[in-house]
Every structure is written in C-alpha cells, then in structure tokens.
Design a protein around this ligand. Sequence first.
Ligand code: NDP
Length: 399
Amino acid sequence: MAKVLIIGAGGVSGVVVHKCAQLPDVFTEIVLASRTESKCHAIAAQLDRPIKTARVDADNVSELVALINAEKPDLVINVALPYQDLTIMDACLETGVNYLDTANYEPLDTAKFEYSWQWAYQDKFNKAGITALLGSGFDPGVTNVYTAYLKKHYFDEIHYLDIIDCNAGDHGLPFATNFNPEINIREVTANGRYWENGEWVETPPLSVNQLFEFPAAIGPKKIYMMYHEELESLVKHFPEIKRARFWMTFSDNYLKHLEVLGNVGMTGIEPIMFEGREIVPLQFLKALLPDPASLGPLTKGKTCIGCLVQGIKDGQQKTLFVYNVCDHQACYREVKSQAISYTTGVPAMIGAKMILEGKWKKPGVWNMEQHDPDPFMDDLNKYGLPWQVVEIDPNVMKN
Ligand code: NDP
C-alpha cells in the first residue's frame, strides 16, 4: 500500500523498522536511512524481509531532498534526534511528503524544547496538502491519545491530569540512559514545570517527589515531577484542565550518578576548550555511556506508563488511571530492543499506519490528541501495547 522512509538507526528506529516490517500489507516498502549506514545494515540484518538502506545527514536539507526525490516515499518517519525535526520538515515540504516524529524540536545549543517552532509550519503544511504528526511515541504520543480517549468516553470535563512514567527495569550497569543519553540528560536536568490555573509554575530540577503505588506487581515507587513536552499541547487542546503534571521514576543509583556528573560539569552543553579544540561536555559523556540500543539483552523488569485523570461525568467526580505495562525481556524476544525503545517505536508505527490508512490524514501540523483516539487505541491492543482503564482512589496522589 505505501512506502516509508525511516530516518535514524538507533534504539527507537530498530523497533519502528521491525514493527513496520511485520505489516507488509501497510508498509509495502521500507527504506532506512541514517548518518551511519552500517547501523541501518545491522537493523536490516535482523529482519526476515528485505529493506533498502541509505546514508543521509539529516541536518542537511538538500541531502534529504535528494534522498526523498530518489525514493519517493509516502511518509517520512523521523526517529533521528529532535535537532533534526525542522530540517526534515523542510525537506518534506519541498518534496510534498507526509511527516511524523516522536519528539519536539530542540535547538542544539539551548536545552529548551517547545512546540512553537513546529506549530509555525501549520500553514505551510496545510497549503502543501500534507500531514505532519508530532510526538507519536509513548510520552509524548500514547499519553496524549489516552487523555483524548478518556475525555471522549469517560469525562465531560477533565480537571486534573498526572502523566506517570515508571521504568522498573534493571540493566545491571552502574549508569546508563534508556534512550539517547544527550536528550535524556538535557530533559532530566532541566527545571520542573507544571500547569496550574492557566499558568506554568517552575520548580528546581527533580525537587518534588512522592510515592506512587504501581499496578502489575511493580508496587510503590518514588516519582519525580519534571517538565515534559506533551503538557504544552494537552493544556492547549483541553483548556478546561486546571492542573497538568508529569512524573517519572528514577533509581537512587541513577540520581546519584547524575548528581556527581552534574557537580563536575559533565552534563553541561556549553563548549569548553580541551587540548586545543572545543568539546561539549555532555556530548563527550554520551560517547562514554552505553548505547541505549545495547541495553536490550541486559534489561529485565517492567515499565508502566499511564495517565491519572480526575474530572466530572454527569455531575459526578471520577478518578481513572489508563495505563500500559510492558516487559523488557518480552520486547527483546520480539524485536531485539528493551521496553523504552519498544514503547516509543510501536506508537510511531501505529501513527504512520493511521496516516497511510487515511484515518489521521489531514493537511497541517497535528498533535496526537487532535485526532480520533479510537482507531489508535484499537491498534495499541493489536500491536503490542495493550492498555487498561481502572477506577482509582482519588487520594492516591498525596501531593
Ligand atoms: P539514538 O541515539 O539511539 O538514535 C538516534 C539515531 O539518529 C542514530 O542512529 C543517529 O545516528 C541518528 N542521527 C543523529 N543525527 C543524525 C543526522 N544528522 N542525520 C542522520 N541521522 C542522525 O536515539 P533513540 O533511538 O533513543 O531516540 C530517537 C528519538 O526518539 C529521539 O528523538 C528521542 O527523543 C525520541 N524518543 C521519544 C520518546 C517518546 O516516548 N516520545 C521516548 C524515547 C525517545 P548515529 O548512529 O550516526 O549517531
């Protein structure tokens, strides 16, 4: 039915390629391109159907345009890094091809991410008659769809939204990040920020925490409040929300390492001079840390990501938790990746499928919650990320 060009060949890409390859009726042709083509070959070698590979520097619009013109895909799936979002969107505009990503644009030299840069493409994509789907991973991505689904089927109004992301897995290494180390550390060391009564409230990094009792035998874990990009689009598209927060679990070991690395300046993004050349400490640290794609065979345990929503239906207060539980080892058996890459790559495939099947195909630039959540929620159940909605004690969050 359609041809996709997947850009980037890291941990998430491996899952997207596997999951697209499992659906040959939808993804009839797959081209995988990245900066280091050998990484594309390594992913291709894991599959039982042939795909094409290519080398591309996605910071370079003319290289991207040449590749897109040569391959003529129906959709480009961007699973490179947030730094490449705008160049890939520019190339899609120039060639008239649909676009999808899993993380919003972030400039390389400032640890700041927001949707403004990509929302600014709305008119151009609309005029060109092509679709851009932003943030089709798990968080952002599934968490946006969960919120839209609860609003559609369970609430008249959503008042409080808490997105909770738990990785209860263990890779046995002293310190590693489960997705791109540079992006991960930039995100975690940023100030916390949440939405309350129409404005953003800032908190020092990881300064607010509480215990949360997770389902599926994961049990109680400390969750830390931080800023996450889906909060920005969700409070825009559901203006009735009085408070929206994002929480993530971290092991004490991870936090201890991060604190020490921060104290000695290794997480900085300002270039420093080292032996006559400029280096960025965080980029150097990334080179030392394990490649997230290598954690697959090592990681055991589960993830649980969900949305805790309080609101009203027919005048009654209600508190619901919608969530998925994913097992690291089961993911590895299926697609040779740990669950963090899996929970991002499966929704990227489903978002692509939504566009190619015409269910979410609409000219312009869209966040996930702006589409009908039902077909996406059905596909989560079909393609590896089953979910549940449960009624939960309204006082489960102490703070
Ligand atoms: P990795 O670092 O494992 O992979 C990134 C890939 O992009 C690498 O293959 C890298 O190439 C390639 N790349 C980087 N720069 C360029 C460039 N200029 N041109 C071409 N290719 C390039 O990252 P992950 O797979 O962990 O993450 C991928 C994306 O997914 C990120 O944007 C991340 O923020 C997002 N993400 C989203 C989540 C969600 O739930 N929404 C959760 C987790 C991740 P090379 O191998 O040469 O370095």
